[in-house]
Design a protein around this ligand. Structure first.
Ligand code: ZN
Length: 477
């Protein structure tokens, strides 16, 4: 009875306009929210158990869903991105879908597909509208979005959020920042949405040609270095906020507030856990969807490393937070080039004459831009005509085999450097680490080798889901 009442209260709160919703939710006692979450969790679990994947897994593990009260009761059961790829989205379906989106990049190169209903889209739009209202977005604002619409979930979610907020909005798509700058001047947007590296490039143009009055800039899709954020903010004299989400989560898992100290998490739509943490409380974020009835996900491993922050935020918002993402547990790096994994470089190097299988890609941040450097061991690397031919070949392959990465290069979202080296230079240990994130630009080869030893997380023991926890990369900071 109490559960039903609280559910009605929450539904009522969310269906009012965002300003009232924030007021209502701010008054909701935290214990009540937890109660609603666990009630929704049990509903979700019962629903999910009819999906072929969960039915089979629960039977195999002798899990009786009627006895599960809390996600942790599921022990070492998790859903992974590999499960989505291996069994396909269809194995997770329990209801009729209206639409689907795909992950923008994965370690294997095979996108994950996730299905949704229009009702779910409306639900996520409402939650996002609350976050955007909190950041100051109002009916009188003009929003220009440069989000890439190709299979990406975020443009659809924010478009729905804009409808609730009632603001004017136009979709530019991910066009070159120069073109955007020209065309934006006729709309004079007060808020711009885009990917971080794209917004950095736009800001460089605005710095030279002039910025206009902005309320804020909003980015989703990748992380950003704090120095770069400050640079963008100084150009526009406006705050630059980040959103954190995944296609699997249907966009917003959390959004920053004016404090920019972690993301206020979406506890209304998700149950978050970090089952396995290090001494500082950081571990892989795992979430269960609470309001999805087409393709619910139970204990989905995000592969992102963060910390659940339950202390109240200085901004006073009811929603608790997750700390800034520390990195990924797999080898994917998100940067200005896009979402890159070792297979990308293997594909770029395929059939390049004189190049051996010994190669390594390094990523770092320099002068407000990501640098991707591909080091390849080459026969006759000291001869300039050989080096030139290798570099030319690799650049041609990048352009013809990865048009999206080429597009980002042309938009100057990152710098791509090819560095042929003599044989026997790269392998310093038994295993050659293919993709390495550096915390700072390499000073010279010797010190670079030292920095290239990626820091490893402490105290994160191996788990039963195939991630080697010793190889966790700290991509950021
Ligand atoms: Zn806050």
């Amino acid at each position: 009875m109490l559960s039903k009442l609280t559910e009605q209260f929450e539904k009522f709160a969310l269906r009012t306009n965002p300003a009232y919703a924030i007021k209502f939710l701010n008054r909701m006692p935290p214990a009540l929210l937890t109660q609603i979450q666990l009630m929704k969790f049990r509903q979700t679990l019962r629903l999910a158990s009819i999906a072929p994947f969960y039915a089979e897994e629960f039977a195999k593990r002798k899990i009786d869903v009627s006895k599960i009260k809390h996600p942790s009761d599921l022990g070492d059961f998790f859903t992974t991105g590999t499960d989505l790829q291996k069994y396909g989205a269809e194995a997770f379906l329990v209801g009729r879908a209206d639409t689907a989106f795909e992950t923008t990049g994965t370690t294997s190169g095979k996108p994950k597909r996730v299905f949704f209903s229009n009702r779910e889209l409306a639900e996520m739009g409402r939650a996002s509208a609350i976050g955007l209202h909190q950041l100051g977005l109002r009916r009188e604002d003009t929003v220009l979005s440069a989000f890439d619409v190709s299979f990406w979930v975020s443009p659809a979610v924010v478009r729905t959020a804009f409808q609730y907020l009632g603001c004017f909005h136009t979709e530019a798509g991910k066009i070159p920042p120069e073109e955007f700058y020209e065309r934006a001047s006729r709309y004079r947007p007060t808020v711009i949405f885009g990917e971080p590296s794209w917004l950095v490039r736009l800001s460089e143009i605005a710095e030279k040609r002039g910025a206009w009055k902005m309320k804020f800039l909003f980015a989703g899709g990748e992380n950003i270095a704090e120095e770069t954020r400050k640079k963008v903010e100084s150009v526009w004299n406006a705050p630059f906020y980040l959103n954190y989400g995944q296609t699997e989560s249907f966009g917003a898992i959390g959004v920053e507030c004016a404090m920019r100290d972690g993301y206020h998490r979406n506890d209304l739509n998700f149950f978050f856990e970090t089952p396995d943490v290090n001494s500082e409380g950081f571990g892989e974020l795992v979430y269960t969807t609470l309001t999805r009835d087409v393709m619910p996900l139970v204990r989905y491993r995000s592969t992102d490393v963060t910390r659940l922050v339950d202390e109240p935020c200085a901004c006073g918002l009811f929603a608790k937070r997750i700390a800034k993402i520390k990195g990924r547990v797999d080898e994917m790096i998100v940067c200005g080039m896009g979402n890159i994994s070792p297979w990308v470089f293997a594909e770029i190097l395929r059939e390049v004459p004189l190049v051996s299988d010994e190669w390594q890609a390094r990523v770092w941040h320099e002068d407000c831009r990501d640098v991707v450097e591909l080091r390849v061991e080459t026969a006759y690397a000291n001869e300039s005509h050989v080096r030139d031919a290798v570099v030319k070949n690799i650049r041609e392959n990048l352009s013809s085999r990865f048009p999206d990465f080429q597009k980002n290069l042309e938009m100057k979202l990152y710098d791509f450097r090819v560095c042929p080296v003599e044989r026997g230079n790269l392998r310093t240990a038994r295993k050659l680490k293919r993709l390495v994130a550096l915390a700072a630009p390499p000073v010279d080869e010797k010190s670079a080798a030292k920095t290239a030893t990626v820091k490893k997380t402490e105290a994160l023991s191996a788990n039963g889901n195939g991630h080697s926890r010793e190889e966790i990369l700290w991509v950021v900071d």
